[in-house]
Design a protein around this ligand. Sequence first.
Ligand code: V47
Length: 377
Amino acid sequence: MTDSDGLRLLDPQLQTVADKVREGERLGRDDGLILASSSDLLGVGRLANLVREQIHGDVTYYNINRHLNPTNVCVASCRLCAFYVPFRDRERGWTWSVDEAVRVAERDVDESVSELHIVGGLHPKLRLEYYEELFTALKTRFPWVHLKALTMVELDFLASLCRTSVEEVVERLKAAGLGSCPGGGAEIFAERVRQEICDHKTDGARWLEVAGIVHRAGLKSNCTMLYGHVERPEERVDHLLALRALQDETGGFQTFIPLAFHPENTPLDHLPVTTGLTDIRQVAVGRLMLDNFPHIKAYWQMMTPKIAQIAMRFGADDIDGTVIEEKIYHDAGATTPQGMTRRELCRLITEAGRVPVERDTLYHAVTRTEDSFVVAV
Ligand code: V47
């Protein structure tokens, strides 16, 4: 069995999927299930690489970013999470005032940083006004920095905490400087799974609804899929189909980021960690199923720099950024470095045979001068 490049596909079932990919035909649920379990992972990767190169050629994007977590206090108590601390645990919990958050940012942000990725917990006392002040203060201090902040879950929580609509929350935060939203909190949309790993937070249907509101307000967002815990292959495929359907409506997603579950320090620590092959398969299946998504990210902090390098040949065109300090994955046992320099990221990309392109959050190419950067629009 060969595909039209004359290369051998080891799994005959993959041929029908390969034919569709070559014709540019949309893949269905059954195709997704074949990709999810095919014994020919290299064949799956080759198809994903084909699509990736059609869209992006050899370019791989990265950015110069920092993470900011204003609080780790969270009322959701998700079993998947090693980052959160319950409201009453004063010893381990932190909650920064706006001034403290700006001071922490001052430690890490210089003229080279183009993005602050801001997420925290569902804190019962941090209301909309706090985030308005925070974003205003950060934009005043660092006007050149894009604020990619608050997941759909945090936006939904803020709306109910403040007894208002998500539309109102988004409009007010946008006025305060919110530039786009990160993709966290999506996990796996299937209710069966959410009952086991995150039963107290925004459900899958609502996550999608909130993302739709964000997009209709004119903001871009990312989206994630957390795999490698109690989910089944068909639940992963259905997750991708739900994202694709919303993208057809709004076009507001920029990047899909598959996230491997890290069990350490969580109540699910009896589960095994994912393997590298599982990780690169999720990247490839994402690239092939999400035909209306511009970007697929291999988040190096989560999958290790080594697997991220391979993922650039399995459909990924983005590896995220320099980061410097990451808490969510490192609290859950990640052994990856806390950050990487621009030079290190470029080396990873170049060695994978790709061309590094620095981007801003909205995927405009960035050109550097000695001490500042210019965004090509
Ligand atoms: O929503 C939490 C996941 C996400 C664990 O938008 C865990 O550019 C594994 O969303 N093991 C946060 N995963 C990270 C995230 C993200 C990261 C990088 C870039 C972007 C982006 C978004 O991490 C959470 C949850 O799905 N998570 N705990 C854990 N123990």
